[in-house]
Ligand binder design. Structure first.
Ligand code: ATP
Length: 270
């Protein structure tokens, strides 16, 4: 495990007597991009929170490289609209960050123009970049990105994935990200882990998109489209906690979450 940054084995998590993760495993190595994909409620954020050490699994082992520096980009940031907080002040909440460092991090993600803007006033795409800049300010060995392209238009999504690829090269960090869109991450990822409470299949994107377990989960259409509808119905705070958890009515079995036939390629995320 010399180049491993984090390794999870046989992870079990239950919430309110409901199994959310059952024997999941995951490994991220130095310089590698690993993408977690799976339907709503599959346990992706729960696994990410376990990686971050924010959640202790009921069973299983979590190994992290000693003193591992992690930069985390949450799924969504809940900002109180009455809180007067500029992008600069927000980034300076990271210890030791001054204006010059904040500006350099924003420049790296192509968002230096918003440094003095109120955080509540910037666009969805700019917010994602600011959150990425904030994660970079921790000089991470491991970047953890929970749905990094959420709220970004399709062209912006592809650009953001390219940016993540460049950041991996420049910083040599490992990247763990959650995505709902295998098609877009295809070129940007080394390893795909398809999760539905446990790891259904994993490997190189092309390999995974042809795996029967992947096709069973996402439907035949997903093989060509590698895309499906995502109806997001809860927010997370800075620590990844669910602010408004949805009620999970379906047992999270291997039910195919097929794209709607009316709009099969709509990549809009909730
Ligand atoms: N703190 C919590 N307390 C109770 N239930 C929770 C908690 N966190 C998550 N859950 C439930 O665990 C299940 C898995 O949630 P999780 O957020 O990990 O799924 P996900 O794959 O990230 O889903 P999505 O694609 O919708 O973001 C869901 O049914 C969710 O409601």
């Amino acid at each position: 495990m010399s180049d491993a940054l984090v390794r999870l084995d046989d992870i079990h998590v239950r919430f309110n007597a409901q199994a959310v993760l059952e024997g999941a495993q995951l490994q991220v190595r130095h310089g590698e991009i690993v993408t977690l994909i799976g339907p709503n409620g599959a346990g992706k954020t729960t696994l990410v929170r376990t990686v971050l050490g924010l959640l202790k699994p009921d069973r299983g082992s979590v190994w992290r490289k000693p003193r591992l520096r992690i930069g985390y980009m949450p799924q969504k940031l809940h900002v109180d609209p009455t809180l007067p907080l500029s992008v600069l002040r927000f980034l300076r909440l990271v210890p030791g960050v001054d204006r010059a460092r904040a500006l350099a991090a924003l420049a790296e993600v192509g968002a230096e123009q918003v440094i003095d803007s109120p955080l509540q006033g910037i666009s969805g795409g700019e917010m994602q970049r600011v959150l990425l800049a904030r994660a970079l300010l921790r000089a991470p060995e491991l970047l953890v990105l929970d749905e990094p392209v959420q709220g970004v238009d399709v062209a912006g999504q592809a650009e953001l994935y390219r940016l993540i690829g460049r950041l991996r090269e420049r910083h040599g960090c490992g990247v763990l990200m959650v995505s709902h869109d295998l098609h877009l991450v295809m070129s940007a990822t080394d390893q795909v882990v398809c999760l539905n409470r446990h790891v259904c299949c994993s490997g190189h994107p092309e390999q995974v998109s042809n795996d029967p377990a992947f096709v069973e989960l996402f439907g035949q259409d997903a093989r060509s489209l590698a895309i499906y509808h995502h109806h997001h119905d809860h927010d997370h705070d800075l620590h990844g906690s669910v602010l408004h958890p949805h009620v999970h009515t379906e047992h999270c079995g291997h039910l195919p979450a097929q794209p709607s036939p009316a709009t099969p390629a709509d990549p809009e995320k909730g």
